[in-house]
Design a protein around this ligand. Structure first.
Ligand SMILES: Nc1ncnc2c1ncn2[C@@H]1O[C@H](COP(=O)(O)OP(=O)(O)O)[C@@H](O)[C@H]1O
Ligand SMILES: [Ca+2]
Ligand SMILES: [Ca+2]
Ligand SMILES: [Ca+2]
Ligand SMILES: [Mg+2]
Length: 528
């Protein structure tokens, strides 16, 4: 009856078990309709009242510029290898990029003719959301295609499949392994809530396994179709989500971001017991949730620690006002008991100093190089090296919000070098690293500065990056293409003079265009 209670029977027969386990993304279990977000298309180059600038420092490199909006079809650039999953509106495939040979996931969404307008909004919403989110436990998006047959989103690939399937296979997890997963989940939820985004459909089908280390699963949250930018002073009304995981106040149509914490509580309950806290037919589930009736005393619960049970109770608090926040939950003693934060930050001082040196010495030459590096990094976050340098990032990021402030960097300086007043040095570092000028060093900004550039500059990936700028495929990047690529849609636009100066710097044969060799030479300067 429960989503995972059947893990021991039917173990040789996959099909009936799948049906019995009742995935939350079946249509019947999906409650409410789609997104009501109000994302505008911000990426308009030809906009009124855009201010031009002669100062390169005014030009920001933004996270959401790194997603390629394509005009052709994905089959021009990708080979389909295997079907990975199916949603209500289309399938997800494993694909391989013909140029870079990198493996990706491709989410295909229905033909336009039969398209439901709500779904269309949901897709655009999903892309806008994923574009702006920069967290190691949230799926990265790379490209987007809008074709006659439908929409295609190219994202990073999670090789390990759904957490859902793991629960079905394993039955349940040890407390330590569950804590390792919950910590990553809550970290991504805290990150979203901090940016005023609610996910609204957290469940094990929307948590994918990226990799596995000694039984510990590294996970990523996916499916931001129902995510929404919320207003702190208002409450949400739309009943949305999958029955098992919906918070009671969502049925009352008056809720806020705490609904995600409830879903995390349900997920933690399932990880530890293999059974959902609220189960039965949809109406039965709704009834049980609205009175907060669940069992946490019998069977398996007698073997589970009181700190785990306490944390579940804090997350499954009927009252969203008193329900624990994702941030508080991350600091709960249950995680301390298993030293979970330490697992993500254990790096020795020598290694840490080496990476800090990279931070200090990173100095981009010009805006095109900076943008190209940003794109290279965005497409190479799967490199094994990233795992180590991220440990330093997490060590510096004391409050776990996945953004480093000047204060946090100063604290790290003091600890490592015993420099009490590193203010001017920290200012200088931010000037070079905070590429979007928002006062924080984000995940990818940090990786751009710290990663060993030798690992990035291989020909295949560099060609892919060159093509991104050479929009008309002429084999050369023109002034016009540079200006367009470096315009965020919100900030100042490069003046003609600034564009020409930049061109002159890179264009060694002085033909007013950058060919691949010139581009490569510019990138090679990163190695010095
Ligand atoms: N990046 C990915 N890597 C591997 N599998 C994926 C990926 N994205 C989606 N899938 C598989 O496809 C399923 C549906 O994807 P999802 O984005 O959740 O679509 P839907 O909105 O239809 O639920 C997932 O539950 C998962 O099994
Ligand atoms: Ca921080
Ligand atoms: Ca920044
Ligand atoms: Ca040239
Ligand atoms: Mg899904």
């Amino acid at each position: 009856m429960g989503i995972c209670s059947s893990s021991n029977d039917n173990s040789s027969d996959k099909k009936p078990r799948q049906e019995e386990t009742k995935k939350g993304n079946n249509n019947e279990n999906k409650i409410g309709d789609t997104n009501d977000g109000k994302n505008k298309n911000k990426n308009e180059y030809f906009q009124k009242n855009v201010v031009e600038t002669d100062n390169a420092n005014d030009i920001n490199i933004n996270q959401n510029q790194l997603v390629v909006l394509n005009t052709g079809t994905p089959l021009d650039n990708y080979i389909i290898e295997k079907k990975l999953g199916e949603g209500a509106y289309g399938a997800v495939f494993r694909v391989k990029n013909k140029d870079t040979k990198q493996l990706r996931a491709m989410k295909k969404i229905i033909a336009k003719s039969s398209r439901d307008p709500n779904k269309e909004k949901e897709i655009m919403n999903e892309i806008e959301m994923l574009k702006s989110l920069d967290h190691p436990n949230i799926l990265k998006v790379f490209e987007f295609y809008n074709t006659k047959e439908g929409y295609y989103i190219i994202t990073e690939l999670c090789q390990g499949g759904e957490l859902f399937q793991r629960i079905v296979d394993n039955g349940y997890f040890s407390e330590e392994h569950a804590a390792y997963i919950m910590y990553q989940l809550l970290a991504s939820v805290f990150y979203c809530h901090n940016l005023n985004i609610i996910h609204r459909d957290l469940k094990p089908e929307n948590i994918l396994i990226e990799s596995e280390e000694n039984g510990n699963l590294n996970v990523k949250v996916i499916d931001f179709g129902t995510a929404k930018l919320f207003d702190k002073n208002k409450s949400e009304k739309k009943v949305i989500g999958s029955a098992y995981y919906i918070a009671p106040e969502v049925f009352q149509q008056k809720y806020n971001e705490k609904c995600d914490v409830w879903s995390c509580g349900v997920i933690m309950y399932i990880l530890l017991s293999g059974k959902p806290p609220f189960y039965g037919e949809d109406d039965e589930i709704v009834k049980k949730i609205s009175v907060g009736q669940y069992d946490i005393k019998s069977d398996i619960w007698t073997k589970i620690s009181s700190s785990a049970i306490e944390l579940i109770k804090k997350m499954l608090d009927m009252n969203p006002m008193s329900r624990i926040s994702a941030q508080k939950a991350l600091n709960d003693k249950w995680f301390k008991k298993f030293k979970i934060r330490e697992k993500f930050t254990n790096i020795d001082v020598k290694e840490m100093k080496k990476i800090m040196e990279n931070i200090k010495h990173y100095k981009p030459q010009n805006k095109l190089q900076q943008a190209a590096l940003a794109l290279l990094v965005h497409n190479n976050l799967h490199l094994p090296e990233v795992k180590d340098i991220i440990k330093v990032f997490k060590t510096i990021d004391i409050d776990n919000d996945c953004r480093i402030t000047k204060e946090e960097l100063s604290v790290a300086y003091l600890k490592l070098y015993n420099v009490p007043d590193a203010e001017s040095e920290v200012e200088e570092i931010f000037k070079n690293i905070d590429n979007d000028n928002n006062g924080y060093i984000e995940y990818e900004e940090y990786i751009r500065a710290t990663i060993d550039k030798n690992k990035l500059l291989n020909d295949d990936v560099l060609k892919y990056t060159f093509k991104y700028f050479d929009k008309d495929n002429s084999g050369e990047i023109t002034c016009d293409e540079i200006a367009k690529a470096l315009f965020t849609g919100n900030d100042k636009k490069m003046s003609e003079k600034l564009t020409k100066d930049l061109m002159n710097e890179i264009d060694s044969d002085q033909n007013a265009a950058i060919n691949y060799d010139e581009f490569k030479a510019m990138m090679a300067k990163l190695l010095k």
